[in-house]
Write a protein that binds this ligand. Structure first.
Ligand SMILES: O=P(O)(O)OC[C@@]1(O)O[C@H](CO)[C@@H](O)[C@@H]1O
Length: 410
């Protein structure tokens, strides 16, 4: 059955059976057959188990654990982590009310996040044996870095050397934005999204505000919360280099995931792979790679991680230490679809709800750079929404549209 991925704002605001609180928008569940969320749990997750199984010479114990996980997510109920797991207590708390019930009844965000935690458990990522720390998604991430498309994308940087700083800034921001389409989880079931026209595909564009927040020479610190490795992280790194070279930022903190997540999410090892890929490239790409390598050594780029990045929670629930980090920077740039869902809340909002209102809790100015790959969307003008709905396309979920939304510090 095709995934039902396009709906009107009115349907969106009240169609789901998820809990509705004073926000008036229901939490997205996965229990409606044919919905996007249902498709992720019913199709994407089982395919992913198969892909991971095929990518490694796992032993009998891991195959049995993957079999059990597949059976549980398709026919069973949510089981807790083993009491011996290092994070058993944490997930017992986060999952209260969901254990013993069908996976499809849990909030979509929670179910996905817990699925990735369980997949890591099945392949013994957190164990003490030989598979400890072996990223089950590494083969997919590494294969992507070796493609000719990456060579082409890096080669295109040479042509940017001659354009004005403003044009270059826009081109690099768009490369980072549209790089978010290069999401291996998305491709487990969707295939490569058709390349749309980058400008026509923007449903909201606050890029001018983003640049206003980062005037050259102001000594700013920018936090970039990364999303996918490979073809998304490379343009993110190139944008970071641009921010530093053109003095939009004096320092950039790059936040990555502490463990494998949502298939291709970037971890420190992926930053290293991308930096190496850049430094080994000819021309401008190689120069950027060398500058970034040096910038890490001198502290102008700092790589950080936090367990919260793999938590099944909205940023509204972030812990105090992370809140203080974001409060201390000039601007936080959140990359990607999942970060957007966590920023505004994984709910069927009326698409015209103001982005600034939903992100008012965020400690400091915040920018979302995201291609649209799930039902959540806010901050649209009525006329934009009308045109999107008239198109009859699955614009919310197909990755053909994107947004730059910014909220200044309040
Ligand atoms: O955060 P990302 O990498 O941009 O997207 C994550 C994603 O692939 O995963 C979810 C479904 O599994 C959707 O939110 C989205 O399509």
């Amino acid at each position: 059955m095709p995934e039902n991925t396009s709906r009107t704002s009115d349907e969106g605001a009240d169609r789901d059976s998820g809990p509705v609180d004073e926000s008036g928008a229901s939490v997205i569940l996965s229990d409606e057959t044919g919905s996007f969320a249902w498709g992720v749990l019913a199709k994407r997750h089982p395919s992913l188990i198969q892909q991971v199984r095929d990518a490694f010479p796992y032993g009998r114990r891991q195959h049995a654990a993957l079999d059990a996980l597949l059976d549980e997510i398709t026919n069973g109920v949510v089981e807790p982590l083993a009491p011996s797991a290092h994070d058993h207590g944490q997930w017992a708390e986060w999952g209260r009310g969901h254990f013993g019930r069908p996976w499809f009844d849990a909030p979509f965000l929670w179910a996905e996040s817990y699925f990735y935690r369980r997949l890591l458990g099945a392949v013994e990522y957190f164990g003490t044996g030989p598979w400890q720390g072996v990223d089950p998604f590494a083969p997919f991430k590494q294969a992507e870095l070796r493609t000719a498309v990456v060579d082409e994308e890096l080669g295109a940087l040479d042509a940017l050397a001659d354009v004005s700083a403003d044009e270059r800034a826009t081109a690099l921001l768009h490369a980072s934005l549209w790089g978010n389409r290069a999401d291996l989880g998305f491709r487990v079931t969707e295939g490569d999204p058709a390349p749309g026209d980058a400008t026509d595909g923007l449903v909201a564009d606050d890029a001018a505000v983003l640049w206003q927040l980062l005037p050259a020479g102001a000594g700013s610190t920018v936090a970039v919360v990364a999303d996918n490795a490979g073809r998304e992280l490379i343009p993110d790194l190139i944008l970071i280099d641009h921010l530093l070279v053109h003095r939009h930022a004096k320092r950039v903190v790059l936040h990555v995931k502490p463990s494998p997540y949502y298939v291709s999410d970037a971890m420190t090892a992926d930053v290293v792979d991308c930096l190496r890929r850049l430094t080994e490239a000819p021309g401008e790409a190689g120069r950027i790679g060398n500058r970034l390598w040096e910038a890490v050594a001198t502290g102008h780029v700092e790589i950080r991680t936090h367990p919260f990045f793999c938590a099944p929670l909205s940023y509204a629930e972030m812990p105090d230490d992370l809140r203080e980090e974001f409060a201390a920077v000039t601007l936080t740039i959140l990359k990607g679809d999942l970060n957007y869902r966590r920023l505004v809340g994984d709910r069927m909002w009326d698409a015209r709800t103001r982005f600034a209102d939903l992100t008012a809790y965020f400690p400091g100015a915040v920018a979302a750079l995201r291609t649209l790959k799930s039902d959540v969307i806010v901050g649209l003008e009525q006329k934009t929404l009308d045109a999107l709905e008239r198109s009859g396309r699955a614009w919310r979920t197909s990755g053909t549209h994107a947004l730059v939304q910014v909220r200044r510090q309040t």
